[in-house]
Design a protein around this ligand. Sequence first.
Ligand code: G1P
Ligand code: ZN
Length: 543
Amino acid sequence: MTIQTVATTPFAGQRPGTSGLRKKVTEFQQPGYLENFVESIFLTLGAGKCRHLVVGGDGRYFNREAIQTILRMAAAHGVERVLVGRGGIMSTPAVSCVIRKHACYGGIVLSASHNPGGIDGDFGIKYNTENGGPAPEKITDAIYEHTKTLSEYHISDAAPVDLDQLGTTRIENMTIEVIDPVLDYAELMKRLFDFDAIRALFASGFRMRFDAMHAVSGPYAKAVLEGILGAPAGTVVNGEPQEDFGGGHPDPNPVNAAELIAAMAGPDAPDFGAASDGDGDRNMIVGRGIAVTPSDSLAIIAANATVAPGYKGGITGIARSMPTSTAADRVAQALGISCFETPTGWKYFGNLMDANLATLCGEESYGTGSFHIREKDGLWAVLFWLNLLAVRKLSVEQIVREHWARFGRNYYSRHDYEAVDATAANAMMDALRERLPELAGQTLDGHHVSQADDFAYNDPVDGSTSTRQGIRIVMSDGSRIVLRLSGTGTEGATVRLYLERYEADSTRHDLDTQEALSGLAQVAENVSGLRRRTGRSEPTVVT
Ligand code: G1P
Ligand code: ZN
């Protein structure tokens, strides 16, 4: 075994996006592509700094190969010990949990989250810091700077490591511990939730369907729900992680998890349905005949936080990404706590949780989580709902309706225009940005604009500023139109249009969501020319 120095040249475009570097598998397979990025991570961390590391991925195509490369490079950069999930598997929330529990310097997560996998799909890599959360911008920017000037990388020529046997091996002076990827995570969940109450709920005949979408949460959900909590076998469906996620799109929303939505609408529907994404950090909550929006789920969890033992002392604050509906803000106001509005991406929540300013965080994109780790956490949200259902003894629909009756309903929808021409998308955003100063004060189709800006965030903890985080047009009745370009897409540009309308009157809580928002959608089109400029007659996906 020796450490090799390999000459390389930079690849363009290795700038990490909303959540790490995401590209087509074929791009990652180019010789040196992954190596350059990993070398840049180690150069950013600094020689000898990174002594203990966690490495795991969602099991998608190229996961195993990438892990072998990363291990050989870690050994070449003086890492002393690496914890790897068996089979190279570890959900994103579990990586965060393991980094924190074992006081590691950081972790490398291999995933493109909800993006499709397989040889024609996407792959991704991101670095998490010692708090267990995604690296902040100053680190991802530094990594990117290194990728632009790299001339060599360092790698051991050791043979591949057996990732399928628990136990310890070595490469050079580095110890590799292959660990059970579920154990530490399950133990943490036990401490947060009332497992006895949930066990009693299942024992009483309560039926659930958890759709793991052939992705990484399968083993976690099986171990926790069917194993520890005694849910009947078969509660978890599509529970074996596959390299191409069974050819599906592992994004838990009503469009991609249509099978679950159909099962929950049927005459013999289970009491509770849930799904999670490729790497296990997203969740969708479904009741009989009702899908809970992620924004509502965050608000409902916040309003009921004290039912779960891990939160019985109350919550200090809530944080939501800017496009997420303002339902949580109303709960925060009622509880007399702060609600922070951050840019899109979980990394912005890290400082707030570290400073104990926010206990619960959420994004409209099916991401919910808390300060127990520094990633969003799909199974955590599902367990929270189970705990809530076990304590309140109401149906999902009853809980949601009760919440709306108390706080009002925020009709909410996201319209995605995927893989549009990037030049047209940028021109649309630029033109709209220029019009913002004149929009405030105008009345658009009966909607009075009270605020129109490009969202900028000042982190209250470290003082850093992030600008151009999405255009928002806020109406005087609280309705909002938000437009931003995706930072995770891998083809052309993806435009996201977010629509929100608040309705206090409970006699008007039964409208169809798209109908309730159609007026705002028209205003959005009129001011942005989104469809006209991108040549699309309708969104690719509506959630
Ligand atoms: C999307 C979601 C965002 C989430 C991210 C990573 O990013 O919108 O909320 O944090 O995936 O899961 P986007 O493609 O919008 O940049
Ligand atoms: Zn994910």
